[in-house]
Design a protein around this ligand. Structure first.
Ligand code: ZN
Ligand code: ZN
Length: 327
């Protein structure tokens, strides 16, 4: 009798457990955001621990799209347990080193069969003129590693072979309900073309500026977007007076008041700052992030987020939720 009762009890628990897991699954399926953006890195060339190089992940439907691959992109992806091979396509804004130095790590480590790698198919990359050539050189540069692994571990070359294309402005990707449009921006006379990108998914959108000077055409392309992420640059007046190099750097970017003007023209549901160019020579301190935001607010009074590494944006049908990284 007791045995029967125990069996019955066991069965009840089993049924309960199955029911519970189904309910949990249904809930997580219902609530999982279908459109989100993660700032993997909001930095620039200085090798800071708190700001990795520029890289922005857009997850739309079942597509994982990466915009730029700066220093530390692989660590930031795996910090969120996203295998490097999960990236469907990498889009480059331009070929300045801070935006591309993470590519070899992403390419080669993503090729490994370990849980953090697992690329299936080629490494898809789209970017301005020079992208295809750069990817070809990278494969040549790492031929030592590649040929060893092919012989030693029997890897196939497919996962480390780039499918690279040099793009021009316009729609550059249209798959799985996700459309990516490259927008030409202005990063200076010698850095052409340079692109910003707009991602459209299910009636919602995000625009990422890339590096640019004040460029009203970008505001036009971003009009009414849900999330508008814009690069920003600033230096203290004493620094600018100290050497002309600082003015040259600043002239390739947008200062906070002009970023505010762009946001004001575009009227996004949420504006955000990334690629924080806060110049310093070590002696004269860089402007703080609070300084940047305060200056943007002199020309723009809408919602704004100062991005940090791992700031996450959930782009819902009724607005954008911002999840700040844990300290
Ligand atoms: Zn840059
Ligand atoms: Zn640049």
């Amino acid at each position: 009798m007791m045995l029967k009762f125990n069996r019955l009890l066991g069965l009840c628990f089993a049924v309960l457990a199955v029911t519970f897991s189904v309910v949990q699954y249904a809930n997580s399926a219902d609530t999982k955001p279908d459109f989100q953006v993660v700032m993997l890195g909001v930095g620039t060339p200085p090798p800071f621990m708190h700001r990795f190089g520029p890289a922005t992940l857009v997850i739309a439907g079942n597509k994982y799209l990466l915009f730029d691959a700066g220093r530390g992109v692989t660590q930031r992806l795996w910090q969120d347990k996203i295998p490097l091979g999960r990236i469907d396509t990498l889009f480059l804004t331009h070929l300045h080193s801070d935006h591309v130095v993470g590519i070899p790590d992403l390419l080669l480590t993503g090729w490994l069969k370990s849980p953090f790698g697992k690329r299936k198919g080629n490494f898809h990359v789209r970017g301005p003129e020079g992208t295809t050539a750069m990817m070809g050189y990278l494969v040549k540069a790492f031929e030592g590693d590649i040929s060893i692994r092919v012989l030693d571990q029997k890897f196939t070359r497919e996962g480390v072979t780039p499918d690279a294309k040099d793009i021009t402005a316009g729609v550059v990707y249209d798959e799985g309900g996700v459309k990516v449009t490259a927008i030409e921006v202005n990063h200076g006379e010698l850095i052409k073309p340079a692109f910003g990108y707009r991602v459209d998914f299910d009636g919602r959108s995000v625009v990422i500026s890339g590096d640019t000077k004040y460029h009203p055409a970008l505001a036009e392309a971003a009009k009414g977007t849900d999330l508008f992420i814009h690069a920003v640059a600033a230096a203290k007046p004493e620094l600018l007076a100290s050497h002309k190099m600082w003015k040259t750097i600043l002239a390739h970017h947008t200062e906070p008041e002009d970023v505010g003007r762009i946001f004001k023209q575009a009227q996004p549901k949420m504006a955000a700052l990334y690629h924080l160019v806060t110049l310093t020579n070590g002696k004269i301190k860089p402007p703080s992030v609070a300084d940047l935001v305060a200056r943007v607010k002199t020309t723009y009074d809408g919602p704004i987020t100062a991005g940090a590494d791992r700031t996450r944006f959930i782009i819902g049908k009724d607005g954008v939720d911002v999840i700040s990284p844990k300290k």
